[in-house]
Design a binder for this molecule. Structure first.
Ligand code: 3PG
Length: 205
């Protein structure tokens, strides 16, 4: 599945944290049924590599699957070798950026300051994760940073949810919104929250 066009279409990057590899298939099925076939599988739990492997082997034709919370080059190399199509970090890592560039894989580093955005620009990056978005000033901060860096688009994550999603999505500086709000509860809950998120995206167009 073409990464940029799919993320641009759905405009949401679900932050997915698995506690057990057995959750992978039911969760991704629920997301698919809910119309949100994008998953940032986070390297926050031990089972993350296994979940990524399962996700890629079962869903790679229907889903855009990436790895999140990637904090060093070993994790980046592993995630890419397991089939991750994009890499996200909570902060900016030059070594992760290098691995992604060598493998021609998009890297969305976390930033919160002008200095970090300048580092991202130096690394040739055009889309940054703004994290944690609600703590660092939300849309107001994105407008201020966006004015100084017209070449940059933002992926705000952290504190994004159905209430503030319309405000974020209607802003031209926003590439897509990330978050975990739709990943709570049973597969049925996940399906319904994904549907709700997609309806909000449609309403914001
Ligand atoms: C992340 O890692 O990007 C955040 O933990 C997601 O933030 P949220 O849980 O507030 O959506």
């Amino acid at each position: 599945m073409k990464l940029f066009s799919k993320i641009e279409e759905v405009r949401i990057v679900p932050v997915v944290v698995f506690n057990n590899a057995s959750e992978t298939i039911p969760t991704l099925n629920a997301m698919k049924e809910g119309g949100l076939p994008v998953a940032e599988i986070c390297y926050r739990t031990e089972c993350a590599p296994e979940c990524l492997k399962i996700a890629v082997s079962h869903f790679k034709d229907d889903f855009v699957i990436g790895a999140g919370t990637v904090i060093n080059e070993q994790q980046a190399k592993e995630a890419i070798s397991l089939g991750a199509q994009f890499i996200v970090s909570p902060g900016l890592s030059v070594s992760v950026a290098k691995v992604c560039k060598e493998n021609n894989i998009p890297y969305f580093p976390g930033v919160a300051t002008p200095t970090e955005i300048m580092q991202a620009i130096e690394l040739g990056i055009k889309i940054v994760k703004f994290f944690p978005a609600s703590v660092y000033g939300g849309i107001k901060a994105i407008n201020a940073l966006g004015a100084a860096f017209p070449q940059i688009k933002f992926l705000p994550t952290g504190g994004v949810g159905p209430d503030n999603l319309p405000e974020f999505l209607s802003n031209k500086k926003i590439y897509a919104c990330g978050g975990s709000w739709m990943m709570k509860g049973t597969p049925e809950d996940i399906k319904n929250k994904c549907k709700e998120a997609i309806d909000i995206v449609k309403g914001a167009k």
